[in-house]
Design a protein around this ligand. Sequence first.
Ligand code: PLP
Length: 481
Amino acid sequence: MICMDQRTPSPPLYETLAAGVTTLIDNGLLRPGMRARSVRAFAAQHGVSLTTAVQAYRLLEDRGVLEARPKSGFYVTQRSHRQRELPTASQPPQRASTVAVSNPVFSVLSYAGDPSYAPLGCAIPSAGLLAAERLDRHLARCARVHGRHYNIYADPHGDAELRGQISARALRLGHAVPPEGVLITNGCTEALNIALSVTTRPGDTVAIESPTYFGLLQVLEARGLRALELPTDPTSGVDVKALDKALGKRRVAACLLASSFNNPLGSRIDDARKVAIIRVLTRYRVPLIEDDIYGDISFGDDRPRPFAAISPTADIILCSSFSKTIAPGYRIGWLAANRRHDEILAAKFALSLSGAALPQKAMADFLKSGGYDAHLRRIRKVFADNIDRMRRVVDRSFPRDTRMTDPKGGFVLWLELPDGFDSDTLYQRAIRERICFVPGGLFTAGRGYRNCLRLSCSHDWDARVERSVARLGELAHELLA
Ligand SMILES: Cc1ncc(COP(=O)(O)O)c(C=O)c1O
């Protein structure tokens, strides 16, 4: 489904010109090492000003497509990232494992949140990219106008207006959930906890993608749940046949999947595969918990539909939040389910009684004021550009056999180095140089992905980020040598 108001506005002329040059390179008409036209000739060829031509070439240089050689002009850089292979589809062991990731995760997070380390670790957009200031103004106004009125235990369901806004946005994707069907939570994390608490008991097994977001593994660990990791393709997501086979062999209490652009692979499950997954889960009576936190960060024209929109009557609990798009610090998430309402409310009571009222009110005002779509258009473009730039730097700097994802949404890249490479050792060395990233081993309950790593592209692109990615590549070369 295409939402008209979510379309990306036309890019500036220099970007269109730069994209034309990239297409020539991708189609082999301009090959690595070849000299590009002079800026003057390029301007004359396209009938644009010298300034626009210079802007286009600067952008290409920033993206690592062209390189300037002193007194000689611009040349196509030696390799194009499109030659990089995608990581292999995962083949995790077909058994449920206990989860114990919390200690290494805490250690990585302590560096990831420290601004003196290059920010390739945290998958949290920098405040400057988000709508922090506008939201703060709404919060200040709400405090001024309604302050006392909101210093209460709020309705445990959450602010009625906010639920209405979330329900209206869901409807645009074809997900008809009434405001009463939305429960506001403290971030997506609480939504996932509630969903698991009403579908599982300690000791149960939950089927998940592999690799998967380490925070989700922490939730499974804290709830005493076992993880059954499913083979997952870096582009198209979970393998439906493998899911079918796994559910045929053992009792699985719930299946927990990202709706779109999973963390760390960025894979996107298309509608047909979503239907097939739901069919399998329904046959085995396994509820689906879907995490749609990255759905709004789609680089294309269409925002992928969650499972709940595709199969409205299936047993699905949708969990999401505004943490990746507006404000991780406000801790506003939500859950939408079409059954188990009483148990869900009881779980919310038990976990936190209710959410903070004032931030919810401010978020409702922010959404009502109409800026969210324009904001999304802006940040999608920033993240898409960041991914593109980072892929080019990885391509230039990392060992030849490094594979990497090509996500069409979200803001993380997953790299796979040759077997035997140890991303934990790379991590130790990088930390000594004040560069943080997340080693692959944190994305599984098992022992896999030691040769993989996740890089976050969620911060403003600058020379430090670029240098740090390039330095990681050099360190990877040294380790392999
Ligand atoms: C896939 C996924 N789900 C959930 C979360 C946590 O969301 P929240 O901050 O809203 O609790 C994250 C954060 O990184 C995530 O990547």
